[in-house]
Write a protein that binds this ligand. Structure first.
Ligand SMILES: Nc1nc2c(ncn2[C@@H]2O[C@H](COP(=O)(O)OP(=O)(O)OP(=O)(O)O)[C@@H](O)[C@H]2O)c(=O)[nH]1
Ligand SMILES: [Mg+2]
Length: 396
């Protein structure tokens, strides 16, 4: 029985995409239990892949012929073209994966451009996929944020399984502004890596307490959401570990403070520990954590005990805030893609995102009751170049 589980776990894949995604996946590679996961890096930047520390055989260098091992310099269309060249490679590498966690920082070239390609490969292969994404800092400027927004709204949300977007700006809620840039990123990366590991292992553990992928994707597919993630761990010999675990979670740098939990529409709590983790421990930790949540919050829990995690305990909380709780839930069929350029859009940062959602809401209203045109399982409401992921090559 044990060997079956180990075999399944070995096929679980975490795919780091773009420089940030590869860096985070490289950190995950250093954590206990990582040997049970298959960790891959995917980038057209050879240096970034190498610096991730992932073994050479786990690095997928995209479109070397054209990119010559260089990054995309923030150009998303170059990212799309380079990633599209590796469509067959990805399909081959991912074919047997029971669950895929994709990690990337959105807002620049390769990581953002590759999302639609990965999305189309995994949906064709019917691989349950969780996209764990960082969105850019506000100070990076509105063009970065627009790239991230558009990637989420157009390339991912209409079709993808579970999309967890975590704004990098959350770091400012918890950390002092004097914290060095490198240290702040390192803290964020650790939380992302720990969360990816917890998600991958928990959703595939078959543990009776664990929420499954369908529940998570059903929750995250309802409408656009913004997430924050907390991570905490305690030593096994700490006499107050149940209380401290939850308290430490509140100080986690990508959670954005306990108010994020209080205001969340849904929270996914994942507890992992060594084989000594008892049902009583799990109950008191989950009860403690739920004191921080609103009574209306939808709570999913997952718990797993495995000796590869060591004797300590780790708690991850993914707090989900739907962007517009008063809008109708997204239909089950792929939503009509917002038509870019049709609606006049405000240029200011603050108004960009709500305006984009407003465009989508309006279309849902106009088209209400009109089913999408689907032929042979293909939604013809989605423009051909997007459906077929035809890369827009700007070399000429
Ligand atoms: N959390 C986190 N976010 C990062 C890190 N580095 C970059 N980012 C964010 O991720 C976004 C994308 O950056 P990269 O991953 O470096 O870009 P890329 O996808 O490699 O794109 P190109 O370099 O243009 O090919 C940035 O706009 C940042 O907001 C990191 O180490 N940690
Ligand atoms: Mg890069």
């Amino acid at each position: 029985m044990e060997s079956i589980q180990v075999l399944t776990m070995k096929k679980l894949t975490v795919l780091g995409v773009g420089s940030a995604g590869c860096r985070i996946t490289g950190i995950l590679n250093t954590l206990p239990g990582a040997e049970n996961l298959r960790l891959l890096g995917f980038d057209c930047d050879a240096e970034a892949l190498k610096n991730s520390g992932l073994p050479e055989e786990n690095r997928i260098l995209a479109c070397e012929k054209w990119r010559e091992g260089r990054g995309c310099g923030g150009r998303i269309n170059d990212g799309k073209t380079a990633a599209a060249a590796e469509r067959e490679t990805l399909a081959g590498v991912l074919a047997e994966t029971p669950l895929l966690v994709v990690i990337a920082g959105l807002g620049r070239g390769f990581g953002s451009g590759a999302m639609s390609v990965i999305q189309s490969v995994t949906s064709k292969l019917k691989i349950p996929t969780i996209f764990l994404l960082n969105t850019p800092f506000r100070f990076e400027g509105s063009s970065r944020r627009k790239i991230a927004e558009q990637t989420i709204q157009v390339d991912l949300l209409p079709l993808a399984g579970a999309v967890i977007t975590v704004p990098n700006d959350l770091l400012f809620c918890t950390l002092s502004s004097t914290v060095a840039h490198e240290e702040a990123f390192a803290l964020a990366d650790k939380v992302m890596a720990e969360s990816a590991r917890a998600l991958a292992v928990t959703l595939c553990s078959g543990n009776r307490l664990a929420a499954d992928y369908d529940t998570l994707s059903g929750l995250l597919n309802r409408q656009s959401s913004s997430c924050s993630i907390g991570y905490a761990s305690v030593a096994p010999d700490d006499p107050e570990k149940e209380r401290k675990l939850v308290e430490n979670l509140m100080d986690s740098p990508m959670l954005g403070g306990s108010s994020k939990l209080k205001n969340a529409d849904a929270v996914f709590l994942i507890l992992n520990g060594g084989s000594g983790l008892s049902l009583g421990d799990a109950r008191s930790i989950f009860e403690n954590a739920q004191k921080y949540l609103s009574p209306d919050c939808e709570v999913l829990i997952g718990a797993g005990a495995d000796s590869s995690w060591g004797d300590g305990m780790q708690l991850v909380a993914i707090a989900v805030k739907f962007e517009k709780s008063d809008t109708p839930e997204r239909p089950l069929e792929p939503a009509a893609v917002p038509k870019r350029g049709k609606k006049k859009r405000s240029e200011t940062d603050d108004e960009f995102q709500p305006d984009l959602f407003a465009a989508q809401t309006n279309e849902v209203g106009v088209m209400e009751g009109t089913p999408p045109v689907i032929v042979d399982g293909v939604n013809l409401d989605i423009p051909t170049f997007m459906r077929k992921n035809i890369p827009v090559d700007r070399r000429n």
